[in-house]
Design a protein around this ligand. Structure first.
Ligand code: 13P
Length: 287
């Protein structure tokens, strides 16, 4: 059964480790993440962007697929199904479809509007026992066509949003989605410290988990980050492994083209990436 991300993140914040959010794009991807979490006895959050939700035939299909896998694969570790960077409308749709966790990203809206919409969703999610992530200060890079520029969030705005009672807070600390530019200045630990000082024990979320040096991720976790999002690295792993399989001509071997065999190396590559991240975040054995 899907669970809210609240308990796993409260425990992670107290235990000074991070829970990984891995974004999903298809069946193989989802299966790889769930099997790895089970094998490593780690809690896990499956992230779904609005674009990925659309690609996978809508949120109800995603909920059906994930619930089916939890049962058929005997997954017993805590799993949350989380909307990633949702609009207000998308958040409502995912709540109705059966997601157990929502991120409402109002960071591109005027602050007062972000505040009002987050407040409405806090109320709704509280009643339904769904965890809610809010965002303050746009995270850089490209996410479903929206490009931000590695901002640092205003701690006062973080406090105002946090005080609404959100489960977890994503606040820009110089992090960027996707590839980091060569001249990237690194995470702003001063900003993280200032945010932490006014948000208490609310689990903080680090977006853009691909390409941040391990020591910076670990330092951020030691300072209150309890959830780390990874997407691009799994995409690279999946595509590189598939490309290598084709370039080696393996799709032409034996009886010929077999889509299950074609996708198998990508699925294995995702498992390896997820394992490496869970070990680095410290969530292994914490289920
Ligand atoms: P990356 O694509 O940089 O790993 O970031 C993922 C993310 O933050 C999803 O919200």
């Amino acid at each position: 059964m899907l669970v809210s991300a609240k308990d796993m993140l409260v425990k992670a914040e107290q235990g000074h480790y991070g829970v990984g959010q891995f974004n999903i794009n298809n069946l193989e991807w989802t299966k790889s993440i769930l099997l790895t979490a089970q094998e490593l006895e780690s809690p896990v959050i499956l992230g779904v962007s609005e674009g990925a939700g659309k690609y996978m035939c809508g949120y109800k299909t995603v909920v059906g697929m994930v619930n089916g896998m939890l049962e058929e694969l005997n997954i017993t570790v805590p799993v949350a199904l989380h909307l990633d960077h949702g609009t207000f409308e998308g958040s409502k749709k995912c709540i109705q479809a059966g997601f157990s966790s929502i991120m409402f990203d109002g960071s591109a809206l005027p602050f007062e509007e972000n505040l009002a919409k987050t407040k409405e969703l806090v109320h709704c999610c509280d009643i339904l026992g769904i965890s809610l992530e809010a965002e303050v200060g746009s995270i850089g890079g490209e996410e479903d066509g929206v490009i931000g520029a590695g901002e640092c969030a205003d701690p006062n705005e973080c406090k105002t949003i946090n005080d609404l009672g959100v489960t977890m807070l994503a606040a820009g600390i110089g992090n960027i989605h996707g590839k980091y530019p060569d001249n990237w200045a690194g995470l702003s630990f001063e900003t993280l410290e200032a945010i932490r000082a006014v948000t208490g024990h609310t689990p903080l979320v680090l977006h853009g988990g691909t390409g941040i040096p391990d020591d910076q991720v670990k330092k951020a976790i030691s300072m209150g980050v309890a959830k780390v999002n990874v997407n691009t690295e799994c995409q690279w792993a999946f595509c590189d492994a598939t490309r290598a399989y084709i370039e080696a001509g393996k799709d032409k071997e034996g009886k010929g083209f077999d889509p299950r065999k074609l996708l198998a190396p990508g699925a294995e590559a995702i498992k390896a990436t997820v394992k490496e991240k869970m070990e680095m975040f410290g969530s292994v054995g914490k289920a």
